[in-house]
Design a protein around this ligand. Structure first.
Ligand SMILES: Cc1ncc(COP(=O)(O)O)c(C=O)c1O
Length: 432
């Protein structure tokens, strides 16, 4: 009886959700969250789930970190909204902070609300200041779901099909996805192949002087947690410089300590022209932004872009607290250390399992890719593993162009014992 009542509490809300919420909004787990703390989400029944999804790389400092909660509460009591009517100090303080933590040459900040909005703003900036139309993106990328960002997204057909016509002047080349490449034994050749495609593009599709920007994820997120071979971004930077093309690096998923550095592009000596951020920036408050050089942004005339809610005081206060926590608790370093240990352990576990094609990772951005018996991507196995994890109260998400990858995105301050617990559940769930 007690059990039946318990189950009903979640179910009551799920029934209401089915009735009132637009069915286009899909959720991975049929759990109704009541609250969350640290690495755990608690459902309406009071059951605790260890969260290795973190709202898709958002809760980098854990759920409801006390410092972030306090900053939000304080700010909400002082000033919630101004829009563009007046300046406010949290925007200015955050802009200063973001300039401090992003690559050296970047010194001019614009704040928005979502990742897609940041992408849109950055592309507008690149087109406006270069006077060129072309944008080059990479196969398997995910940049959002608005009209423009959908056109830049090729990680799955269903994100874009039936929404045509999409904005034009977007040209897509392969991403150096070593594991699924016919050149997989030679990562350098995989990168060469990308640049051959770019060369063809410039010969046959669009003159490089008509290209405003490249847009690239330093580690592909939705596309499968794909880490390009070292040197790829550096080479892309060189090509961009040669043709006066801007390099937009989309760190929406990889930013804020996730990969073991504050931003993933820091793993190579590369500075983008525009760095995009969202997700982990404000502990779950809606905020995004992009940072560029003032020399570039000073050519973008006032009023040519803007936002009613972007950079609202409460989100900015949360972001300032998140960045403090990341720095004080040395969370990028912890992501590198604990993420590295998880990677090694999972790679060892995978050694004698034909159906685990590859385990890869950078910091706490870890992907486990599954193969069927013919070595083809297996969505079926990835989904089965995610389902089994959930039965054992561990939340993980899938990704990958065929849904064949489990991604692990823990809070960067996950405790050693919870990391151990997660590994045990995962290993059990991946044993067939
Ligand atoms: C790399 C990347 N860019 C952009 C976006 C879009 O962000 P949002 O969903 O906040 O619009 C995402 C979202 O997953 C992302 O992973």
């Amino acid at each position: 009886m007690v059990m039946a009542e318990k189950l009903n509490k979640n179910q009551t809300y799920l029934d209401l959700d089915d009735k009132y919420v637009n069915p286009v909004l899909s959720r991975s787990a049929r759990i109704v969250a009541e609250r969350a703390q640290g690495s755990y989400i608690y459902d309406m029944n009071g059951d605790a789930y260890l969260d290795l999804a973190t709202g898709i790389a958002v809760n980098n400092v854990g759920h409801c970190h006390p410092k972030v909660v306090a900053a939000i509460q304080k700010q909400a009591a002082e000033l919630i909204h101004t829009s563009v009517t007046v300046h406010h100090k949290r925007y200015i303080e955050l802009a200063q902070k973001l300039v401090e933590i992003t690559p050296k040459s970047l010194d001019s900040v614009f704040l928005a609300n979502s990742g897609a909005e940041a992408v849109e703003g950055a592309v507008k900036l690149a087109r406006y200041v270069t006077g060129r139309p072309g944008i080059i993106n990479f196969r398997g990328s995910f940049h959002g779901r608005t009209m423009l960002t959908m056109a830049l997204t090729t990680s799955k057909l269903y994100y874009r099909e039936k929404y045509e016509p999409l904005p034009g002047s977007i040209f897509t080349v392969p991403f150096p996805y070593t594991y699924r490449s016919h050149l997989k034994d030679n990562p350098n050749a995989v990168v060469d192949n990308v640049f051959e495609h770019l060369d063809t593009l410039f010969q046959q599709f669009i003159h490089p002087e008509q290209v405003a920007s490249f847009i690239v994820e330093p580690v592909q997120g939705e596309g499968g947690y794909v880490i390009p071979p070292k040197g790829f971004l550096t080479r892309l930077r060189k090509l961009a410089d040669k043709h006066g093309i801007m390099l937009i690096i989309d760190e929406v998923q990889s930013g804020f300590g996730r990969t073991g550095k504050m931003f993933a592009c820091e793993h190579e000596p590369v500075e983008p022209d525009i760095l995009l951020m969202a997700k982990g920036i404000a502990g779950g408050m809606p905020l995004s932004g992009f940072v560029a050089r003032r020399e570039v942004t000073s050519k973008w005339l006032p009023g040519r872009h803007g936002s009613t809610f972007g950079g609202n005081p409460v989100s900015c206060a949360a972001a300032l607290a998140v960045i403090d926590v990341l720095q004080e608790e040395k969370l990028p370093e912890r992501a590198a250390k604990v993420g590295g240990e998880m990677l090694k352990r999972l790679q060892k576990f995978a050694q004698d399992k034909q159906y685990i094609g590859e385990v890869r990772g950078l910091g706490m951005m870890l992907g486990i890719e599954f193969d069927d018996k013919d070595g083809k991507p297996s969505k079926e196995i990835a989904e089965k593993v995610a389902e089994r994890c959930l039965e054992n109260k561990l939340i993980v998400l899938t990704c990958g162009v065929r849904g064949q990858v489990i991604r692990l995105i823990p809070p960067l301050n996950i405790s050693d014992s919870d990391a151990e617990k997660a590994m045990e559940i995962l290993e059990k769930s991946m044993t067939f």
